[in-house]
Every structure is written in C-alpha cells, then in structure tokens.
Design a protein around this ligand. Sequence first.
Ligand code: ARG
Length: 393
Amino acid sequence: MKKVVLAYSGGLDTSCIVRWLKEQGYEVICFVADLGQGLGCGENFEAIEERALAAGAAKVYIRNLQDEFVEDFCMPALKANAIYEGKYLLATALGRPLIAKYLVQIAHKEKADSVAHGCTGKGNDQVRFEVTAGILDPKLEIIAPVRCWEFKSRDEEIEYAKMYNIPIDVTKKKPYSIDRNIWGISIEAGILENLEQEPPEDAYMITKNPTTQASYPKYIEVSFEKGIPKKIDGRIYKLKTLISHLNEVGGLYGVGRADLVENRLVGIKSREIYEAPAATILHIAHKELESLVLDRELAHFKEIISLKYSELVYNGLWYSPLKEALDAFVNSTQKYVSGTIKLKLFKGNCIAVARKSRHSLYKKELSTYGKEDKFNQKLAEGFIRIWGMPYQR
Ligand code: ARG
C-alpha cells in the first residue's frame, strides 16, 4: 500500500482529506505541527489526534516546533526586517517551510512515497509547501487533494464528513479562514472580501479594539543582543516566552493590526487582515536600535536586502541559495545590534521613545546646538563645494 504523510490541522478540509486519501488507496500518516497556534486559545491537540484517527489516519505525529520556529525562522526574519509590502510580518509564510521540513522528515522515517497538504490552488501556501518539499526531497510525490477533489463547497465536505462519522464541529460556522501561530494570525475570506468595508471588530482574535483601550499609555523596554530580543523591562526571558508575553501586552493595547490588499505569488490580489502584536513591537524596536548602531551606508543598503528577503519568504523560497546568502549578510550586520529600546504602547500604536546602546554611533558633541559643540562648521563649506561640483554646468 502507498503511504502518504499529511500536514494535518484538525479542521474540516484536512479531516476530509484523510478519508479521501484512504479512499484513493493510501495509508495516511497525519502530522500536526505545533507552532503556537494553541497559545492562549486552548487548542486541544488530543482532540485533534482523536479526530485524525477517527477520520482514518493510521498514525498521528504531533510535534511541538515552537522553539525551532521562533529561533530559526522568526528571528532571521526579524534581523532582516522582513516585512512584505510594508505591512505583513509573514507569520504564515515563515511557518510553512518548517512544517514542510518535518513533513519530509517524517516521510523518510515512515518510508512514505508522498506528502500531502490541504491548501487550495489559489494561494501562496501550496507554493511554500511544495517548493520546500521539492528542494528537500525532489523524489517525494506531492498530493494536493483540494486542487482536484470533487467537493464544490463546504457543505459538501460536511456531508462527506458526516457520512464517514468524522467528528467535525460544524455548529459554529467560522466566518473567516484563519491561520495562526505564535508570530501572528492571518485572517481572510467572508466579509473581508469586501474592500470597501472596514473589518468588523469580531474578525480580530488577539488584539483588543484600540479605540476603546485604556487612556494611559504603557511603557515597555526591550533589550537586544546581536539583533535577538533577550529582555523585557530588564528581565531575561526565553525567546518563546518573551514573544508570548509581548503578544499579551501588545494585544491589550490593540497593537499589531494590519489590513491590506496584497499581491499573492499566483497573481491574485487579496484582502487580508493580520494580528501580530509581539512581532510588531519587536520589528519596531529592532529597527530603532539599528538606526542607532548601523552606519548610514549599511543601514540604507540593508533596506534593499529587507525588501528582497521579504519577497523570498513570501514566495516560498526559504531554502533557496539567495536566502541563505542574504542570511549571511544580515547576520554580519547584527554584530553591534545590542541595546535597549523603550516603547510606548497606546491605542493601537507602538512608538519608540527612548534608546540606548553601548555601540551607539550617536555623538552628542557633534549633533548638539549647545555650547559643547565640537563640530567644525568651517569644514562644511569645502565639503559642500566638492559634493555639488559634478552637477554645476
Ligand atoms: N496571505 C497570507 C500569506 O500568504 C496568509 C495566508 C494564510 N491563510 C489564511 N487562511 N489566512 O502568507
């Protein structure tokens, strides 16, 4: 019998896929990746496992990948200041290559011939899964049932699930399509497809309504070592805990929401909203620290790299040679990115208000307008003449 390893979420689609693949003659192994999607919302992995088995899985792997995710995927993106189209902090895009990596690993362990996922044929996630799996093992067959199966609607899937006694909770019809992990939440579909309408408050899951929040700001200090956040308000945290903590605090102040129409790789524009309180706070603080410790040429050149880096991540090229080369560049820029940034969280905003670093390039004796001024203004005259010389006719 042919064996397949399926990236299983516990939802309606992937549960139907288990059964569907079985009908096609496969032995189905389910793999559930825990990237922190259950943090704070009580995702029940035991129930997910039971559902997979009830749907017909021969075996279920559940792996807690939270540490690897934040250390090896979120941190490189943070150091690179990788933000897609100026707004999206890439939570979903960063999770896919990691899930694909373990899909392939488990396929090898199980001596499976193929891997499967539950993505549609219209999105980026199919690309990320398949490109990654293809890079890590080009011999594995890839099955994407949602692209080719007979079900035309959610209702037909529900019928199918009922027919085979797959325990699916269909009572609460979800109005959105949601992907969640510790770095952020992506929310699409339903009413969000109407671009002329503001997203309803109920679409947001982990951020409080910014306009109804406390009338006092919250100050918070984040300390970095070589580009990696280590402390909040002087206390050392494990990375995963630090991120969870910032998600909570940021969420309380409505920080980290984004609403955008983005360009998918497959050529479709789509409206999506995001929540990423911790990632937002960390990106703002990290960038602020860089502006203190990086020289001008490096800082400006790095912005070009950030743009490219975000495209590579978004487009599923995490395991590409260019991405690896850019990581080497980015890491070399982080040598001096150590210090502390004080941020003010208030009604959905996160603003850096104070900064310090032992590697700061700021020289008060040069920038001051006070009497401690050491800048020799006479030198400016010659500099400007030579600087502007090529442009005079
Ligand atoms: N548009 C985002 C991306 O391509 C998120 C897609 C995740 N799926 C979802 N159901 N919202 O990375």
